[in-house]
Every structure is written in structure tokens, then in C-alpha cells.
Design a protein around this ligand. Structure first.
Ligand SMILES: [Zn+2]
Length: 250
């Protein structure tokens, strides 16, 4: 890092848990963000600002008017554009021009290929089918996953870390495949609650990259903004999990 980069990242460098070594790891990291909605907007902004040089952003949707209250990457004049194009332009206007942009719904072999390229995946998608697919791809490739979800005024956050096999994976939390709910716009979501989860998802990603231990590698964190309650719940691997059940626990 040159002097201006040292100054830019000084607040992170001064964190004892992060230090210059942690910041260097963050700068070198390759991170895939799947979904550029309310969660992905915040995660992309914070990871870009933290200096992550290898950001890949994936989303197949277009920016719509109803996205704008919570999807803070986008401006009114970008309604109708592909989210990746709009996100790339916003990040470039903030001085970050390096994002790889994938205007596609990653699945199957393409998802596996993109997961293999990175050091960490942030699941910021909005449906169970995608979350299950991302989880399975990350477990198979042994790539850490930071998974967040938000609905109405509540959210959840967890880290699936290959080094914490006893905690299982995202799929272990859902022994039954749940029916797909409606979209965020249809079932409602309070914009800043998506932002809160996005911010903490970015924080967990930076911790994992920098090697700062997180309890969310073993626990599920749930947050209810209506009652302002949050708690951590210990996760256990489901021996019958179709994704990680056959993998040996340490
Ligand atoms: Zn599992």
C-alpha cells in the first residue's frame, strides 16, 4: 500500500484484530456477491470501500422503481437498466472500477465455476432455491459463505465456514424445502432493515477474510427490528442433510 492507501484504510489498520495484515488480506480477497437487491447493494458498497479488489457482482434483474427505497446502489435515472450495469456505474462513480459484472442468474455449472474463482461468497439473494444452490456450491468447493436474509422487519445472518463442519450448513437449517414466498416488494420489507443486515453481512465477510473469528460460524443470528430483539442460536449439523450430511465432522 502506498501512503494514500495507508491513510484511506487507517481506521481498519488501527483495529487491533485487523491491522495492516488484515487490510492486506481484504484488499487481495476475491468475493462473489450473488444478488444486487437491498442486501447486495449495501454489501457491495461496503466491500468496495473496504478495498476488496476482486469483487464479482451477479444479478440478472433490471432496476425497478419499487427497488429504490432499499437498493441504495441505484438512482432514479437507472430504472430499467440491468442491475449489474447500474451497480458498476455507481461503484465507478465512487472510484471503484474493478467489479466483474455478471448479468446472469448463476446456477449449476456456472455457479460452481464462479464459486471456485473466489475466496468468499456473500449470498444476498432473495429466494430459497438460489440460497440452497449457493450453499451447496460453497460446501462442495469448501469456500466460506456469508448468508443473509431479510423479510418485513426481520432478518437473519450466518457464516458457513468449512472449518466449522460441526455447525453444518445453510441447508441443515431447513430439513424441509419451504414453499417459495412472494417477492420482497409483495410481502413488504422495511428498507433500512435490509440495510442493517447488509451492513452486518459485509462486516462478517471482512472478519472472515481478515481471519477474525466470528461466533456466526457456529450460530445463527436472528434480528427483529419491530421489537428490537436479537439473539444467537447454536447451529447443529443435520446428519441427514443432503448437502453436508455425508461430510465428516472434525
Ligand atoms: Zn448441511
Amino acid at each position: 500500500m502506498d501512503d494514500s492507501e495507508l491513510l484511506r484504510h487507517s481506521a481498519h489498520i488501527f483495529l487491533p484484530a485487523m491491522g495492516i495484515e488484515g487490510v492486506e488480506r481484504v484488499r487481495r480477497a476475491r468475493v462473489l456477491i450473488v444478488g444486487l437487491g437491498g442486501l447486495g447493494s449495501g454489501v457491495a458498497l461496503y466491500l468496495a470501500r473496504a478495498g476488496v479488489q476482486g469483487l464479482t457482482l451477479a444479478d440478472a434483474d433490471l432496476v425497478s422503481l419499487s427497488n429504490l427505497p432499499r437498493q441504495i446502489l441505484y438512482a432514479d435515472h437507472q430504472v430499467g437498466l440491468p442491475k449489474t450495469e447500474a451497480a458498476g456505474a455507481t461503484l465507478a462513480s465512487l472510484g471503484y472500477a474493478d467489479a466483474r459484472l455478471l448479468a446472469e442468474r448463476l446456477s449449476g455449472a456456472r455457479l460452481a465455476e464462479e464459486v471456485d474463482r473466489v475466496d468468499l461468497v456473500c449470498d444476498a439473494s432473495d429466494n430459497f432455491a438460489t440460497r440452497f444452490a449457493i450453499n451447496a456450491a460453497c460446501v462442495k468447493a469448501r469456500i466460506p459463505l456469508v448468508s443473509a436474509a431479510v423479510i418485513r422487519m426481520a432478518g437473519q445472518l450466518l457464516v458457513v465456514d468449512p472449518k466449522e463442519a460441526a455447525a453444518g450448513c445453510y441447508r441443515c437449517l431447513y430439513p424441509e424445502i419451504e414453499e417459495e414466498a412472494e417477492s420482497c416488494s409483495a410481502r413488504g420489507v422495511l428498507g433500512p432493515v435490509a440495510g442493517a443486515l447488509a451492513t452486518l453481512q459485509a462486516a462478517e465477510a471482512l472478519k472472515v477474510i481478515a481471519g477474525i473469528p466470528t461466533p456466526l460460524a457456529r450460530d445463527l443470528w436472528v434480528f427483529d427490528a419491530k421489537e428490537m430483539e436479537s439473539r444467537r442460536i447454536r447451529r447443529r449439523k443435520d446428519p441427514a442433510c443432503p448437502v453436508c450430511g455425508a461430510l465428516a465432522s472434525p
